[in-house]
Design a protein around this ligand. Sequence first.
Ligand code: MTE
Ligand code: MO
Length: 515
Amino acid sequence: MTRGRAIGAGFLGGAVAGLVMTVVMLLLAWLFGVATPLTIFGDRLSVFIPADQFLSLMGRVGGYNHLKQLGVGSVIFGQIFVGALGGMSYGLSARKRRRIGFAATASAFVFLPLMSVAVLLWPVLGTHYFGLPIARATLVTLLGLVAAFAFFERTLVIGFRFLTRPTVQINDQEFTPRIGRRAIFFGGLGILIAGGGAGLLRKLYQSATFSYDGTQYKGRIVQPITPNDQFYCVTKNVVDPQVNPSLWRLEITGLVEKRQTYRLDRLKALPAVMQETTLMCISNGLDTGLMSNALWKGVPMSTLLGAATPLTGAAKVRLHGVDNYTDTFPLEKAMDPTTLVVYEMNGEPLPHRHGSPARVIVPGYFGEKHVKWITRIEVADANAEGFYEAQGWGPDFIVPTRSRFDQPDHESTFNLETASKGIFLSGVAFGGDRGITRVEVSFDDGENWQEAKLDYPGTKLTWALWSYLWLPEGADDYTLVVRATDGEGEVQEWEEDRPFKSGTTGFHKIVVHVA
Ligand SMILES: Nc1nc2c(c(=O)[nH]1)N[C@H]1C(S)=C(S)[C@@H](COP(=O)(O)O)O[C@H]1N2
Ligand SMILES: [Mo]
């Protein structure tokens, strides 16, 4: 066999084997919720990208959704390409040695990649989209990798033999016909598999988070309690978990005397509380709607921690979702009676995208701490870090007091006649777990303030809804500002030194023209 043919057949065999491997991964994810490098590679990488670079990268590719698509696309392309290169080197050594045994190909194409991927992706192997506990999920992910790599190895070896097999013997001399026809056949097979893979990818795409990640709740529609299907949504995932409650467990581990494991029914049998709480994302802008309010039902985290008994040295809890999302907060906050593990939202079972079967509610902290699809509460020391913390978000995760106009729109114009009957202003105000006692509006860019009406005062843990009927003094361009006072009497302010990584502060302003 010529060198060129060995390389060509190896490359083609490797590329098709890479395709087959990718399709196997997609199937495992689709049918069994298995985590594959297609998604966990990005999870693993993200924690190494500092928050500001992450944001600018997101901006450059056109948002979080595009970044996720780029991530999955690159992994697919990358693994097919690496597969092709692997096939090429296999072709070259097959040419020299004629026969390469199974032990050798299994080591090279199953064992070695398994070891490298396991080491590289170790911290995220415990992901499982149907909700297996972390230890079992790790095992299942590894088995999935073995299966995918085994398909690679078999396809490459069989494919290469097919492409290079001598067919005719003349006087003891092997005669191999031109590779062309077989290559076309084999390549065609590859295209078919790629088509199947694309079909699967499309199916997975439909159940992916692209259609709802970043959903906002704002504007005229805002009610005191956000309906479940309109509640804002943020997720790090390409495909969110769809947890099967019978596989799912909640573990209390780490620095505890007695580890605990709860099935869903055991959790639901514990004394429960109902609690209205507002959530807001750390990346919510002054005028955006990554903020919503719901009535949650669940068990105080202190009940669960109390039964496990934290050891001395315990300072934080580190929460793990089945999607391998993690976040932390102080143990003291975890023991606060308002910190909950909830399984109902507005009287319904928690919806999938909001963390079914259970999530954490931790009033006063940014949304990212309210871990969805919770599967483990790890009691940890003061050094523990979560997913976004590792990216450098923070250090402050306490919601600062905020307020927003929901109507009228920025840059709206009213004629004098309409305006003289009054322009209706409304919006929300949120003070973390401090409540809202007062909302004021200004019509002269913050020189003078008028007190607005609190139509929905909310509780200490929720937002308030405010309104004001404004009678403009005449035709003019007005700059309207809103500010809130929290339950501790602190007036909303702009914290000049607060890094964006601790969330935005400042005032929502809108311009209104009365003509
Ligand atoms: N397991 C898990 N929990 C998570 C996230 C996630 O990606 N995975 N995103 C966090 C972020 S950044 C926010 S703002 C809130 C959003 O909760 P919601 O989608 O129910 O509004 O969930 C948090 N909890
Ligand atoms: Mo968030």
